[in-house]
Ligand binder design. Structure first.
Ligand code: GLN
Length: 204
């Protein structure tokens, strides 16, 4: 069965996600309007700037529809800024920063910033096939400060000043939400997207 996966396309690295999804044999489409959101089986919230994405989503009348569909079980994957948008709670957000929510985590925005703005590291990511370490690219990335009940940790930073920090999780009422601090869409390694496509197929 062909599934359709939308990429939230008001801001962020939209093309990179469309490209990876397209290469995995799903119908990959841009989502800018509520009607476009209605038509997808899964959604990617790309990296970018979470404050801008939240504001644009509100301006384009997408914020409430996004909240409704995500709460109702739409499989959704957020990378970096997308992780922030899925979080129920944000540390170091701007005043009044809006999120979509659904993932019972506290996410710290720009968390690695105090040490280093952007970096790359290999992480062990649970459930990938093959199970080799994943090369992860972090760009002004958040980390997960607190993991709520029912949220599974899939990857942590290993070594360095941020050793042990949580950088990938899966959760939500239907285990339908996937979030990473880093950007697998930038590395050519498609395994994280494969996990997400599988999540979408299982719920379609
Ligand atoms: N720091 C950005 C934010 O707060 C996220 C950065 C990214 O997506 N690469 O939204």
């Amino acid at each position: 069965m062909t599934v359709t996966i939308g990429v939230f396309a008001l801001q962020g690295d939209v093309r990179e996600h469309l490209h990876v999804l397209g290469s995995l044999g799903v119908e990959a489409v841009r989502v800018r309007r509520p009607e476009e959101l209605d038509a997808v089986d899964g959604l990617v919230l790309p990296g970018g700037e979470s404050t801008t994405m939240g504001k644009l989503a509100a301006t384009f009348g997408l914020l409430e529809p996004l909240r409704r569909r995500v709460a109702a079980g739409l499989p959704t994957y957020g990378s970096c800024a997308g992780m922030i948008l899925l979080a129920d709670s944000i540390e170091d957000g701007i005043t009044g920063q809006e999120t979509i929510g659904g993932l019972d985590v506290v996410v710290r925005r720009n968390a690695f910033g105090r040490q280093v703005d952007s970096f790359e590291a290999d992480v062990c990511f649970e459930g990938l096939e093959p199970a080799d370490p994943l090369h992860a690219v972090f760009i002004r990335a958040p980390w997960v400060e607190h993991v709520g009940d029912g949220v599974r940790v899939l990857a942590r930073v290993e070594g360095g000043p941020a050793d042990g920090k949580v950088v990938a999780v899966r959760g939500g009422t239907y285990e339908h939400l996937l979030a990473t601090s880093f950007h697998p869409e930038l590395t050519g390694d498609r395994r994280v997207h494969e996990v997400f496509v599988q999540m979408v197929r299982e719920r379609s």
